[in-house]
Design a protein around this ligand. Structure first.
Ligand SMILES: Nc1ncnc2c1ncn2[C@@H]1O[C@H](COP(=O)(O)OP(=O)(O)OP(=O)(O)O)[C@@H](O)[C@H]1O
Ligand SMILES: [Mg+2]
Length: 326
């Protein structure tokens, strides 16, 4: 597997016909090193393509729907944003009668935010830089832009620290659009795809766990993302030094569920026991957070975000889409 090129004779063809994909057929793509052990849904390699370092995600056949969805979204929507993982090409090849599904994107050597937080502590400004960059990426996904350079509104549905990559400049970008849903305001069409996969249980919002979520309404999916974003902020904040104190990395709800919680475990903790992540005392008394304008301003923005989420889920009505495409 060390030197695989995509222009071998066994290939069956490419999906979509973007320039990058066409040239991919004629230029060797070399896989250099496996980035991680085999994950639940496939593996990620660092590769070299046209002198550039690229990430090659090889999907397992049981997760082919995620590859199709991610490919569909990147191919139909112009998604260029510094806080969204940059797409290069999507490729389907046939080898020894099995199908290989590849997604080729920009490579970020610092790995996922989850990986990064295990080893690194942050100061207040690094924390803000990351938090704000994720918020910007999420805002860009969520908003519909009209016109020729436009895009539909997109909700991610599997936001978590493992699906966020850290860039060298200290900002982050959002990856893994295999579960995303799209909304088109002019026709009020909601495209939820047909991926049977659900989001990561640990990050599921209460309304997903108790099944009260209004699945025909796009707003619902945005709220689910905001819940997960709140948990990611909590993960980041624990690794941010204040008053000379910092916590070890822990995933959300580490103190109330096991390492691989079931749906029922999460439902009990979040919906029945109404557990929420601890807000640490040091976050209230930190001199930086109380004196610095930028920090207070950012914290306020996060609180506004949070209130937005809460008021919308309790009060405001959710208007169902007229057409729901499955
Ligand atoms: N573009 C990339 N650049 C660098 N490393 C990456 C890139 N994409 C993924 N990785 C690394 O590969 C790992 C595996 O990614 P993958 O999306 O397969 O699984 P995951 O998100 O970690 O976990 P899960 O199976 O729960 O979704 C990531 O955690 C990250 O460390
Ligand atoms: Mg991932």
């Amino acid at each position: 597997h060390n030197q695989t090129s995509t222009n071998d004779s066994e290939r069956s063809g490419t999906t979509g016909l973007q320039t990058a994909q066409k040239s991919l057929r004629h230029t060797s793509l070399h896989l250099l090193a496996l980035v991680t052990g085999k994950g639940r849904y496939g593996e990620v390699w660092r590769g070299q393509w046209q002198g550039e370092s690229v990430a090659v995600k090889i999907f397992s056949s049981r997760d082919e729907k995620s590859w199709f969805r991610e490919t569909e979204i990147y191919n139909t929507v112009l998604l260029r944003h510094e806080n969204i993982l940059g797409f290069i090409a999507s490729d389907m090849t046939s080898r020894n009668s099995s199908t290989q599904l590849w997604l080729i994107t920009h490579f970020h050597e610092m790995g996922s935010l989850y990986d990064y937080l295990q080893l690194s502590m942050l100061d207040a400004s690094a924390c803000l830089r990351m938090a704000l960059s994720i918020a910007s990426g999420l805002a860009h996904l969520h908003v519909e832009i009209f016109g020729t350079q436009g895009k539909p509104a997109i909700a991610h549905r599997d936001l978590k620290s493992k699906n966020i990559l850290v860039k060298k400049n200290g900002q982050c970008c959002i990856a893994d659009l295999g579960l995303a849903v799209m909304h088109f305001q002019d026709t009020n069409e909601l495209d939820v795809g047909n991926n049977p996969k659900v989001g990561t249980k640990r990050y599921m919002a209460p309304e997903v766990l108790d099944d009260s979520i209004q699945t025909d309404c796009f707003e619902s999916y945005k709220r689910v993302d905001i819940w997960a974003f709140g948990l990611v902020l909590w993960e980041i904040a624990r690794r941010t030094i204040s008053n000379g104190i910092v916590e070890d990395y822990k995933p959300p709800f580490h103190d109330v569920v096991s390492s691989d919680p079931s749906f029922e475990d999460m439902k009990k903790v979040i919906c029945i026991d109404q557990q929420r992540p601890n807000i640490l005392n040091r976050w209230f008394s930190d001199p930086v957070s109380t004196s610095s304008y930028t920090f207070t301003n950012q914290v306020n923005q996060v609180i506004i975000f949070e209130e937005h989420y809460l008021t919308r889920s309790s009060g405001e009505q959710c208007i169902p889409s007229s057409k729901v495409k499955m």
